[in-house]
Write a protein that binds this ligand. Structure first.
Ligand SMILES: Nc1nc2c(ncn2[C@@H]2O[C@H](COP(=O)(O)OP(=O)(O)OP(=O)(O)O)[C@@H](O)[C@H]2O)c(=O)[nH]1
Ligand SMILES: [Mg+2]
Length: 321
């Protein structure tokens, strides 16, 4: 089956992810792969003819895996129009349809060397994975040769500062912090000053988890952004929203809320290793043209991957037997 021909792997791929990434990624995405990909494959292979029944079954599966109504309609429309004659052709159309939806969102974060410090403000609800993502991102940026500074803008939750400091130590990067209860915007201000004085390449600002209903905390986020903007009108250069992929359709509402408050420029979908709801990426991509920068596939320092649409689709759809 030509469709499944394995391509030779380079040491690193275009997305900068390391050797053997595809194999490991499919392991990490095993829950979504089992819940969505494998069932799709079984369905298609179990039908000798490509007919309306098959399309209906696939539709139900996609909806059940959090792909969302619009994206599901899109996929079904495309594979129906294609008039595939064999299950293999049908499968190829399905893969192409999935890819077409998420490919436009695969826009990696590029750190411009003309901007110093390049400022990344990280936001999201409680427990989404912000601080962990920052730890992993610092590691990635360091390994790419950038100097990095972290700012402990979560002054709300006890132990949040220590958590970030631990990541700072693991990565050998400085962490600007004040005590719990301090003004988060003041932390951001000091960090901007220090990063500028030390000519640091990238400053990543952690923030406290918050819900859109907590207006005081949403105002605080706006204030942090304003303070950063006083140093550089284009900063923060990236407002990275961290979303727990396991929450399903709720992620769409979170994006809308944070976007209207602070203007989200990129996404990181975390905890894809522990959920069968990986289909949410398709729903997200169909609804919002916001770049998906990274995916989080574990708690370890190497478990942040640059989002690559084809790798993602291939990791959740089964490989050849
Ligand atoms: N399995 C898995 N766990 C993750 C991932 N990212 C984060 N976590 C875990 O999720 C939990 C919450 O992560 P944090 O980084 O503290 O989340 P946060 O958004 O900073 O939380 P608050 O600061 O309390 O709002 C921790 O136990 C992390 O280890 C991931 O990609 N996969
Ligand atoms: Mg945190």
């Amino acid at each position: 089956m030509g469709l499944f021909n394995k391509t030779t792997r380079a040491k690193t791929d275009d997305a900068g992810n390391s050797v053997g990434f595809l194999g490991r990624l499919s392991d990490r995405l095993a829950a979504t792969r089992r819940g969505l990909g494998q069932r799709l494959a079984t369905l298609i292979r179990g039908h000798s003819a490509v007919d309306a029944d098959l399309a209906e079954d696939i539709e139900a599966l996609l909806l059940g895996a959090d792909v969302g109504i619009e994206a599901t309609r899109d996929i079904i429309g495309r594979i129906t129009r294609a008039q595939a004659r064999t299950p293999d052709e049908f499968y190829a159309e399905l893969r192409a349809a999935l890819l077409a939806i998420i490919a436009p969102c695969a826009q990696p974060l590029t750190i411009s060397s003309d901007i110093r410090p390049y400022v990344i403000m990280v936001a999201g609800v409680n427990g989404a994975g912000k601080t962990t993502t920052i730890g992993k991102l610092a590691h990635r940026l360091r390994s790419e040769g950038h100097s990095v500074m972290l700012a402990a803008g979560d002054t709300f939750r006890a132990a949040a500062v220590e958590q970030l400091q631990t990541w700072g130590e693991r990565n050998g990067v400085p962490v600007m912090a004040q005590s719990t209860g301090a003004d988060a915007a003041a932390v951001a201000h000091d960090a901007m000053q220090a990063a500028t004085a030390r000519a640091v390449d990238v400053l990543i600002i952690d923030t406290a988890g918050r819900l859109h209903t907590q207006t005081g905390l949403m105002d605080e986020l706006r204030k942090i952004k304003r303070v950063i903007g006083r140093f550089d009108a284009n900063a923060p250069h990236e407002v990275l929203l961290v979303l727990d992929a396991g929450i399903g359709q709720n992620a769409l509402a979170q994006l809308a809320h944070f976007d209207s408050a602070v203007g989200v420029t990129g996404l990181c979908l975390t905890k894809l290793d522990g959920t069968a709801k990986g289909g949410i990426l398709f729903a997200m991509a169909e609804k919002h043209a916001i770049p998906i920068r990274f995916i989080g596939v574990g708690e370890g320092i190497d478990d942040l991957r640059v989002f690559d649409a084809a790798q993602f689709v291939d990791a959740i759809l089964p490989q050849p037997e």
